[in-house]
Design a protein around this ligand. Structure first.
Ligand code: SF4
Length: 617
């Protein structure tokens, strides 16, 4: 057997399965073989799994594996895409896969040609020969994700239906054969939810979007990602409430009910769609808005199965006013930041809205993990910023916020900061701050219009400056990238959410989401302290994520994150020990306090009315 280099193995094992290599979010184009072949196996993510599978002895060399290796052109696009969010450069893995296959052929190793069985013949009869397989290499790329609490689960078949009727026929066949099935959107769920030992239905071929502008909605098939829908809406001067960029729109609506910083005004769950079409688990087709159908607008406070396979969602479109810009309002303390965000929610000022900590802010803003660590320290130390209230607002909203807040970082100042971040962590900036020490808080100094020439002289913001932070081989690419206005535009970035995938750059992230009553700060603290206590007891890296007010500031969604290296057995043990402590504690809190609810219970009930889980009657 050919050998696989340890560094290549380590890189492949670190793939986060975020599927960002499956969307063209940097306008570089995507891996050419992916869209043509459909299966994740032919995207960089799949090839990372193939090398891992070979290295661990989990898969043989098969026809599909050879094809996946051969169809990689070593174009290098996945280096740009993957580095932007994870800091990794996977082309070395792709080269190793090709080398492995070349060596294997040279050694005249046997290439496994899977045999078509009766079930596969029937599945191919439904979707066509090219869109169903039992090739072990393909199956392996649908067997696992970084979720450390479950081992790989190999499906027997992977099927890519091309229409609603094909979905229905495949579901009926699965039921007839007594095989379970799992529905896969774009990536994995990173929580181990999309695996089965039966049939995986990958919705990647159903990618149609039809805009109905008079009705302010878009009919979206289940293979469409949030990024793709937002991009199309944006071209029309419109916006949707979008999930993580690589998440499929339908999958996200069903799973957790889409929420984002825009949920401040657009809401969540059933607020986000006009209607949805499903193939039920029995293979029957129904619409949510059909009175004779099952009532998925209701909510049960327990873990329940999903309504079935969503085959179309009629997603709400929202207008943009053309004068929207981003603002950051800096704060030293968490409580004052939450109070301010809640007040904006209550007063209906601003659109997107969130409280962010230094950790998130530093990670979002920087293309390099090393720089992010320094910026995370510099924000409190050099600028006095521990938290910011982030908002997108029209000009009226921004005027109101400027009257309410002593200092704001507007979109042009944020652009200066983003492009000059490497200088912010250097002694010159710290000297400047010390020079003015005592006169006002450093962030007030930063935000003063008269200081802008000094700030610019020290930070020297430019695509060249920010590109200094990435490896030399990637600098020409980053210089071009940061010369594009949208890469420093808070409105575009926040709508398309491409930087939020950087949250798991440092390590695999467990995002815990809890609905909370933001007017009860002691409850918000109890939730955060609880997560911090359990993480601390088990030696797990942890941090506050974000808090976004909803429904006029009466409720909020809070994210708290744990970080572990999912490839390290010791770290896996830590999270395995911590998880059982979280549920009983959170359940007891939720039973005691109205407005507290773990998103775990909303899972698979994302179509429900938010009022049914945010409030109790
Ligand atoms: S280097 Fe290979 S795997 Fe990466 S994007 Fe290009 S063709 Fe795809």
């Amino acid at each position: 057997m050919p050998r696989i280099d340890a560094e290549v193995r380590a890189t492949a094992a670190q793939c986060r399965h975020y599927a960002m290599c499956k969307i063209d979010y940097l306008a570089t184009g995507i891996c050419p073989s992916g869209p043509e072949k459909g299966f994740v196996t032919y995207y960089p993510q799949g090839r990372m799994d193939l090398i891992r599978g070979l290295a661990e002895g989990r898969i043989p060399v098969t026809e599909a594996l050879v094809e996946a290796a051969d169809t990689c052109t070593l174009c290098g696009v996945c280096d740009f895409q993957c580095h932007f969010v994870t800091g990794m450069q996977p082309t070395a893995v792709m080269r190793a896969l090709k080398q492995y296959v070349d060596d294997y052929r040279r050694e005249e190793g046997e290439v496994v040609r899977p045999v078509e069985d009766e079930a596969l013949r029937k599945l191919r009869g439904i979707v066509g020969r090219d869109w169903a397989t039992n090739d072990p290499a393909v199956l392996w790329t649908y067997a696992d994700d970084p979720f450390p609490l479950a081992g790989p689960q190999m499906p027997r078949y992977v099927v890519l239906p091309g229409s609603r009727d094909e979905v229905a026929a495949a579901v009926r066949l699965a039921n007839g054969l007594g095989l379970p099935f799992a529905i896969r959107g774009n990536g994995g769920s990173v929580f181990g939810f999309v695996f089965t030992d039966g049939i995986v239905l990958d919705m990647a071929r159903m990618r149609r979007i039809d805009f109905d502008l008079e009705n302010w909605c878009a009919a979206v098939e289940p293979g469409v990602t949030s990024f793709e829908l937002q991009q199309e809406a944006f071209r029309r001067g419109l916006r949707v409430n979008a999930a993580e960029p690589a998440a499929t729109v339908c999958g996200n609506l069903v799973c957790t009910g889409t929420f984002s910083t825009w949920s401040n005004v657009y809401g969540t769950a059933a607020d986000n769609f006009v209607d949805m079409e499903f193939v039920g688990r029995d293979g029957r087709i129904f619409r949510l808005n059909d009175k004779r159908g099952p009532n998925h607008f209701a909510f049960e406070r327990r873990v329940v199965p999903s309504p079935g396979v969503c085959t179309k969602a009629f997603v709400k479109l929202h207008p943009m006013t053309g004068d929207e810009e981003g603002l950051l309002v800096p704060f030293e303390g968490f409580d004052e930041a939450v109070r301010f965000a809640r007040e904006l929610g209550q007063r209906r000022i601003g659109l997107a809205l969130a409280v962010l900590g230094a950790h998130y802010l530093a990670t979002f803003l920087t293309p390099d993990e090393g720089l992010a660590g320094k910026v995370k320290t510099a924000l409190p130390e050099a600028l006095g910023i521990n938290y910011v209230v982030f908002t997108i607002a029209d000009r009226f909203g921004r005027e109101a916020i400027r009257r309410m807040a002593p200092a704001v970082i507007d979109s042009s100042l944020l652009r200066v900061l983003m492009l000059g971040l490497p200088r912010l962590v250097e002694p010159r900036w710290l000297d400047l701050v010390r020079e003015y020490e005592g006169r006002s808080r450093p962030f007030e100094l930063l935000c003063r219009p008269g200081m802008r020439p000094v700030v610019e002289a020290v930070l020297q913001p430019s695509p060249e400056t920010i590109s200094e932070s990435v490896p030399e081989s990637l600098r020409p690419f980053y210089r071009e990238l940061y010369a594009r206005p949208e890469m420093t535009d808070m409105v575009w970035l926040n709508m398309h959410r491409i930087v939020s995938a950087r949250m798991s750059r440092r390590k695999h992230m467990f995002a815990f989401l809890v609905y909370v009553p933001p007017d009860r700060l002691e409850v918000v603290h109890e939730v955060m302290d609880g997560f911090a206590r359990v993480a601390g007891a088990h030696g797990i890296d942890h941090d506050f994520g974000f808090l976004t007010p909803m429904d006029l500031g009466k409720r909020a969604i809070l994210e708290y994150d744990y970080y572990i290296d999912h490839t390290d057995p010791a770290e896996r043990e830590k999270i395995a020990a911590a998880m059982p402590e979280l549920d009983p504690w959170l359940d007891a809190l939720a039973a005691r306090i109205p407005g507290v609810l773990s998103l775990k219970y909303v899972f698979s009930q994302g179509c429900s009315r938010k009022d049914n889980f945010l409030y109790r009657v």
